[in-house]
Write a protein that binds this ligand. Structure first.
Ligand code: FE2
Length: 441
């Protein structure tokens, strides 16, 4: 089917590079994008991820050479099957200022694939004007078969928590395991196959400007996520004449049509928009070597800027294994109120600000200006600790952080997974003991 047989081992390195790849020798035109006759009768098709006139350094497009043009399809119809996918703004519930935390999303009992296993927990902004994001979880136990999905609403940042995904995309195949992430461009069709059993994970659907690597400022020209560690697939295609359902998400709703053939018929492509895989263990973690815990923005992997400099539509931030060496410092994440809103989750291990209740496959939401920070047990342990160098290991938490308050869906507010005792982890803090001469009484 997919050619070559093990394309996931062959990748094109470099985030945003101008890649060139062909699965059949001579399929890629040389010296022009759209020759009068493409080799083998292939169709040239431009895929624009940014406006034609975007500045050159922010202009993303690729040229695809495929067996049939994408335009050849029957009318999309509203998808009849029940889905828990949503796009904000959510009118179902008033956005909550409360700290929210969810237990892990269970794996399905019935056969469910990736698309049917997507459930929206939260979101913000407005999909129609390209602001904000949707935050989904997925739990699935079977591969998509003769079925493909794409979002016309935003690029998809996929964060597997359990089980590996084999992403068969128009531009090639990427296998993504927990502790790796995938970034699938808006509009690119893909199929999710299960490699090693049931899967669970997170998807952030970015309606705003494209994810990019953050500026490094005084850090210099290297560090954090290095661009060469992002991997795009080599071209791979299926020559399959069998009906394939195409499900698309458009303005928050699902639509469907059926092609008489596989949509994965791109034989060659070149350009700078492509799916990417990144291994979070390659993150070059930078932190203090003297005192104080830097702002967690030091752990930013990818950012989607907004129109306001330094104030992201969306940041993807990780909390990776690292050495803690700060002197005279409260080492866990400090107590915090933030104009930005924080949706957090855990891939594996334990998060150093929570002694329990924040489990892999679960999630938490700390909205704009809600007080949060370590629980009592974590606080007391950190205050009592001897500050020798300590390596935090075997853990990977992450955060989707946004300038826009994040609203939970009705499903997420009503589910039994929502913990009703989350506030309790911040009860029982001892009152500070001031000198007896202090104050009026
Ligand atoms: Fe925070």
């Amino acid at each position: 089917m997919v050619q070559p047989p093990s394309p996931s081992e062959r990748v094109l390195p470099g985030f945003g590079n101008l890649h060139s790849t062909e699965a059949v020798a001579g399929a890629l035109p040389i010296g022009r994008n759209s020759p009068q006759r493409v080799a083998h009768g292939l169709y040239a098709e431009q895929f624009s991820a940014t406006a034609f006139t975007a500045p050159r350094n922010e202009n993303y497009r690729s040229w695809l050479y495929r067996m049939r043009p994408t335009a050849a399809h029957a009318r999309f119809q509203p998808h009849q099957q029940e889905s828990l996918l949503r796009s904000g703004p959510f009118a179902e519930r008033a956005p909550s200022p409360n700290r929210l935390r969810w237990n892990p999303l269970p794996l399905p009992g019935e056969p469910v694939d990736f698309v049917d296993g997507l459930v929206t927990y939260a979101g913000n902004g407005d999909v129609a004007t390209g602001v904000g994001c949707g935050i989904h979880l997925y739990a699935a136990n079977r591969s998509m078969v003769d079925r493909a999905f794409f979002s016309a609403d935003g690029e998809l940042l996929i964060v597997p928590q359990a089980g590996s995904l084999r992403l068969v995309t128009e531009m090639g195949v990427l296998t993504v395991a927990p502790l790796q992430i995938a970034l699938v461009p808006r509009g690119i069709r893909f199929r999710v196959e299960l490699v090693d059993g049931p899967v669970r994970g997170y998807v952030c659907e970015n309606y705003g400007s494209l994810f990019r690597l953050p500026d490094l400022g005084p850090i210099g020209s290297n560090g954090l996520a290095n661009p060469r560690d992002f991997e795009a697939p080599v071209a791979a295609f299926e020559d399959v004449e069998r009906p394939c359902e195409i499900v698309q998400k458009f303005q928050g709703r699902l639509w469907t049509t059926t092609l008489p053939h596989s949509p994965f018929d791109v034989v060659a492509w070149h350009g700078n928009v492509a799916p990417y895989r990144y291994d979070l263990s390659r993150f070059n973690t930078i932190n203090t070597v003297s005192y104080d815990h830097p702002d967690p923005s030091i752990f930013t992997v990818l950012t989607s800027p907004s129109d306001t400099p330094g104030t992201a539509n969306l940041d993807f931030v990780i909390f990776p294994p690292r050495w803690m060496v700060a002197e005279d410092t409260f080492r866990p994440p400090w107590f915090h109120r933030n104009v930005m809103s924080e949706f957090m989750a855990l891939i594996h291990g334990e998060y150093d600000a929570k002694a329990g209740g924040f489990a892999p496959g679960g999630a938490s939401l700390h909205n704009c200006m809600s007080g949060h920070g370590p629980d009592v047990a974590s606080h007391d342990k950190a205050v009592a600790a001897t500050l020798a160098p300590v390596r935090i290991d075997g853990t990977m938490a992450f955060m989707f952080e946004s300038r826009y308050p994040i609203a939970a869906t009705a499903w997420a507010m009503d589910t039994d997974l929502l913990q009703d005792d989350y506030d309790d982890c911040w009860t029982g803090f001892r009152k500070a003991q001031l000198p007896a001469t202090h104050g009026d009484s």
